[in-house]
Design a protein around this ligand. Structure first.
Ligand code: ATP
Ligand code: MG
Length: 559
């Protein structure tokens, strides 16, 4: 285990530099981080970057990482999301410091800190409407204007805030604002709203509250309450760091967390906005949040991604302040490396064409079972039995009546090796009325099963399954979900959805051993790619496989 941990250690970056300095200078003697998802959607590959960093730092520095649900917006949150997030974090291979935290655990204390600000003359109840607040806020070029309610006395503000809490103000008619500076060059410092009225059931606090604290007020205080030392977020919160510090400077709380910002992960051909992902799900463009075409964690899992490949990807992209977009191939190659090393091999014929071995059963062509390794380089992964009979299926693309010398598969008059089995030669073929080949007659070379035979040197190897005992299954092939590599930037991301992102092969033929396939476990279908059993179909008792990733970048494996 130590070796694996060493291997996965986060490579040095500006945040590890900061931590090293803090430890050296004595600002802190330990590392405490947190991962703070808002439970308003499923986690995606961007969150994986944040998870690997926050939990990874805790691991590398012998510290702790909390899982904290940032549940300050009762309207958008849902238990389904909470459960999915816990599962995804665990599946990625991380454990949080018990217990799970929620911003809502701190609602009482947050309320107390709001009163403290009020009493210090640093917060006031504003009765401007949301539109007026926006208008008074000014712009990047023009300073804001003070609200006419800004100079109420602490006494009056306390009474009004308590009134808010009792539900005596309708939504949008009153809010609590921090009294900072309406002329600040940072708009987030122009008297930000820190509490608003929302008559909504909260997943955990029920109807105890009808006022809810805003993110900027909640996050810094939650970090301080939990003793977080390094609070890492994405760059769009850079300006808000001033507010983060302002709040902690003005309330009576001892701990002093610091916020650091890194660039978000943007991945080609994928969306990392929960709002947009939600639309794809709601409109039925994809089959749920775990559709194998989505780069949600649950989609990647259903697609056959391994946790190790996602962690390795996050290690490789690194942590910086530069905005960039990572190519899909970077993620896929981490997966391919992992699966090449660890995925069991199997044979599957995606476009079955029947071949009859006419001399099957005659002398030297009687072996019907072969014991073959599950992985060519890992004997410890065991072996399985591959069977053959007079009738087999090969892929339609592996046979041609005539072809030049480059074609190393089966053609009339030429020999090819069946993977793990006999050498066969095609002798004739039958066609339907449209001229499509529907059956190939072949002859096996006697005693060639898994052995060399003098004067028979086939140039190629093709895979096959036994027509008598193979499994019939649906196989889903996938292409990118979007036609535009940057769908998030498209004016209408729905307009760049790829109508051909999924191809269903309804009648693939799989070797018998795949009856035991467990969903999530990817196999290398020899010469075809990596595939895994679909969890939803599996739960419904159906055998259905998803393309996980092609054998090679950008092209389907050929010859
Ligand atoms: P949205 O704005 O779409 O609702 P979010 O990005 O704010 O989502 P959160 O649930 O608040 O999502 O995110 C939890 C944590 O994950 C935050 O610390 C956030 O900075 C981080 N995170 C989210 N998306 C990315 C990303 N693409 N790259 C890196 N970190 C991310
Ligand atoms: Mg957020």
């Amino acid at each position: 285990m130590v070796a694996a941990e060493e291997q996965e250690r986060i490579p040095r970056n500006f945040i590890t530099d900061i931590i090293d300095n803090d430890l050296k200078n004595g600002r802190t003697d330990h590392v405490a981080t947190r991962f703070p998802p808002e439970p308003n959607g499923y986690l995606h590959i961007g969150h994986a970057k944040s998870i690997c960093l926050n939990f990874g730092l805790a691991r590398d520095y012998g510290g702790t990482c909390n899982l904290r649900f940032d549940d300050t917006n009762p309207v958008k949150e849902d238990m389904e999301y909470i459960k999915s997030i816990e599962r995804d974090v665990r599946w990625l291979g991380f454990n949080w410091q018990d217990p799970i935290r929620h911003s809502s655990d701190y609602f009482d204390r947050l309320y107390g800190y709001a009163l403290e600000l009020i009493d210090k003359g640093l917060a006031y109840v504003d009765e401007l409407s949301p539109d007026e607040i926006r208008e008074y806020r000014g712009t990047l070029k023009e300073p804001g204007r003070n609200s006419p309610y800004r100079d109420r006395s602490p006494q009056e503000n306390r009474e009004l805030f308590e009134k808010m809490r009792r539900g005596e103000f309708a939504e949008g008619t009153a809010c609590l604002r921090a009294k900072i500076d309406m002329a600040s060059p940072f708009i987030c410092m122009r008297d930000p709203v820190i509490y608003r009225v929302r008559f909504a059931q909260h997943a955990l606090t029920g109807d105890k509250w009808c006022i809810y604290p805003m993110y900027d007020f909640t996050h810094c205080i939650s970090d301080a309450i939990e003793g977080i030392t390094h609070s890492i977020c994405t760059l769009e919160f850079q300006d808000n760091r001033r507010l983060y510090d302002w709040v902690l400077d003005h309330i009576s709380i001892e701990a002093r967390p610091h916020q650091y910002e890194m660039s978000r992960l943007n991945l080609e051909y994928s969306l990392t906005s929960k709002r947009k992902l939600n639309l794809l799900v709601e409109k039925g463009i994809v089959d749920g949040w775990d559709d194998p075409r989505l780069t949600t964690i649950s989609g990647l899992r259903r697609r056959g991604y391994t946790p190790a490949s996602i962690r390795e990807f996050c290690r490789r992209i690194g942590v910086t302040k530069q905005e960039n977009t990572v190519e899909m191939s970077a993620l896929e190659s981490c997966l391919r490396e992992d699966l090449n090393a660890h995925a069991p091999r199997a044979m599957a014929v995606l476009h079955p064409l029947k071949v009859v071995i006419d001399n099957f059963g005659s002398e030297g062509v009687t072996a019907t079972e072969f014991t073959v390794p599950n992985h060519p380089e890992h004997p410890e992964m065991g072996s399985r039995i591959v069977t053959i009979s007079k009738e087999i299926y090969i892929d339609a693309a592996d046979f041609r009546e005539e072809a030049n010398k480059q074609y190393k598969r089966l053609k009339l008059g030429a020999e090819v090796r069946l993977r793990h089995s006999y050498i066969i030669k095609a002798v004739s073929c039958d066609k339907d009325e449209n001229g499509n080949v529907v059956l190939v007659h072949a002859e096996a070379v006697p005693n060639s099963a898994g052995a060399n035979v003098e004067n028979h040197k086939p140039k190629g190897v093709i895979h096959f399954v036994n027509a008598q005992d193979c499994l019939r299954a649906t196989v889903n092939l996938y292409a990118p979900l979007f036609t535009d590599p940057n769908p998030g930037a498209a004016e209408d991301f729905m307009a760049v959805v790829n109508p051909e992102s999924k191809t269903v092969l309804a009648d693939a033929a799989l070797e018998k051993s795949l009856a035991d396939a467990k969903p999530g476990q990817a196999y290398q279908f020899e010469r075809e790619g990596y595939f895994c059993a679909d969890s939803k179909a599996f739960a419904a008792g159906k055998l259905e496989f998803n393309l996980t990733v092609a054998l090679r970048e950008n092209k389907k494996a050929a010859a």
